[in-house]
Design a binder for this molecule. Structure first.
Ligand code: FAD
Length: 409
């Protein structure tokens, strides 16, 4: 078994797919080491284990909407692609999605997965409560009033196996997607907040080449007015893929055609393989107030990055209080790289991390990075407290793996 990118071979001693809560609890209780795996879309070893692994795909698929409290109870192993159309059918929506709907809710929440939008927090902030199977095999309900909540939502799989979430929902809404091609990078730097704030969710795609331009993807909510031009560029009259040379057939509808939130907020349609497949991703989060300088620092490495890159995506997301969230107590610029699958990328990734160190970058937990535990502790101020909590909840380190030992050493 491999992850989505096929850059990680899973080493599980045994792979379990329980079908009931009792079976799940018994598996956790009776195994000395066990690690959850979602839809295996992470690009690093976070979901790998040399011991026992567990996946919730065969568990009952619960989607229970509570209109009064504007919440939905969902099985943790569901994908957003399974949840979103059902929510919409019943008149509801999540406030945001990542670039693809194929990922599991638990895997996405546990790694701090995000979409875009100056006012939108990452997807973990949709969580109102979680039901988690502890190291002893007991089911524990943790809601926002629980002091452990902010620690365990983005939990890297260390708090236990999440069985069920309660997520915040809102009435369903429509989105229109419009692309503004050819916005110069220096225009973006000069007017970063204005340009990235031009729609509900905004992404800027660039390849850092000497042309120093990029395409702005704007997702407008029902009531937002669509401007004729942004940053000096007018609306596209043809469809785009994030990688301009690739056929946009896999992409959600563009050209301002209105559609349901779940058919527009992700870049890729559920029924297609997202992105190019032959790729490795990295992503680094810096404080949004440093956006122009951080973009400049990466731009300086353009001649080394461009030949190895499919595309970079710049997004924003809003600050939160979740201890291991990339946006813990700071609004973020997310600098994402979709790399070609070549060995030559790794030294360049290290250079990018070096260039972003002055901005105290935080890496995406589900993507490739080289930062060590000492550095990570310096940029995640609650890391020590997180470790102490995990140690108290799981004294025999049942849920750890080589990745968590590396990042929390
Ligand atoms: C093509 C592509 C596009 C992507 N786009 C985005 C994007 O737009 N934004 C973004 O932020 N990221 C993006 N990602 C990264 C992706 O969102 C993360 O890697 C996410 O973790 C994937 O979810 P998963 O279910 O595959 O998790 P996995 O890789 O299977 O697992 C990730 C972590 O979650 C834990 N976990 C899984 N299930 C449970 C459970 N039930 N209980 C406790 N812990 C659990 C695992 O132990 C592991 O630590 C993208 C990835 C790909 C391949």
């Amino acid at each position: 078994m491999q992850n989505w990118s096929k850059n990680i071979d899973f080493n599980d001693r045994q792979y379990f797919q329980p079908e009931t809560l009792t079976e799940l609890q018994e598996l956790v209780r009776t195994h000395p080491k066990i690690r959850a795996r979602g839809s295996a879309h992470s690009f690093n070893e976070i979901a790998n284990t040399s011991s026992f692994s567990i996946n919730l795909l065969k568990m009952p698929k619960v989607i229970e909407i509570n209109s009064a409290s504007k919440s939905v109870k969902v099985s943790a192993g569901l994908t957003y692609g399974e949840l979103a159309p059902e929510l919409h059918k019943q008149g509801w929506a999540l406030n945001n999605l990542a670039s693809l709907p194929h990922i599991s809710i638990a895997g996405s929440v546990s790694t701090g997965t995000h979409g875009s939008g100056m006012k939108n927090q990452n997807l973990a902030n949709q969580v109102l409560s979680l039901d988690i199977v502890t190291a002893e095999g007991e089911l524990r309900h943790i809601d926002r009033a629980n002091p452990a909540f902010n620690a365990l939502v983005v939990g890297l799989g260390l708090g236990g196996i999440v069985y069920q979430y309660e997520l915040k929902i809102e009435p369903t809404f429509e989105v229109r997607q419009v692309i503004y091609p050819g916005i110069p990078l220096d225009v973006l730097q000069r007017s970063f907040d204005q340009i990235m704030g031009s729609a509900y969710s905004v992404s800027y795609f660039t390849d850092w080449s000497s042309a120093k331009v990029g395409n702005l993807w704007c997702k407008f909510r029902d009531s937002e007015v669509i401007p004729e031009s942004i940053g000096g560029s007018g609306k596209a009259d043809k469809k785009f893929h994030p990688i301009p040379s690739v056929d946009p057939v896999a992409c959600t509808e563009q050209l301002g055609v209105p559609g349901h939130w779940h058919d527009r907020l992700s870049h890729f349609k559920l029924e297609f393989t997202p992105s190019v497949g032959e790729e490795i991703q990295t992503e680094f989060f810096v404080d949004r107030k440093d956006a122009a300088a951080a973009i400049e620092a990466v731009s300086q490495l353009g001649s080394e990055i461009t030949p190895l890159l499919w595309i970079t995506e710049l997004r924003t997301f809003a600050a939160d209080n979740l201890w291991l969230s990339g946006a813990f107590e700071r609004d973020c610029l997310a600098i994402h790289f979709t790399w070609k699958k070549l060995d030559a990328i790794y030294p360049v990734i290290e250079k990018v991390e070096e260039a972003l160190r002055p901005f105290n970058y935080r890496p995406h937990w589900g993507k490739v990075f080289t930062a060590d535990a000492t550095y990570l502790k310096s940029v995640y101020p609650k890391m020590g407290e997180f470790q102490a909590l995990v140690q108290a909840l799981d004294p025999t380190s049942k849920f750890e793996n080589s990745f968590t030992r590396r990042v929390l050493a």
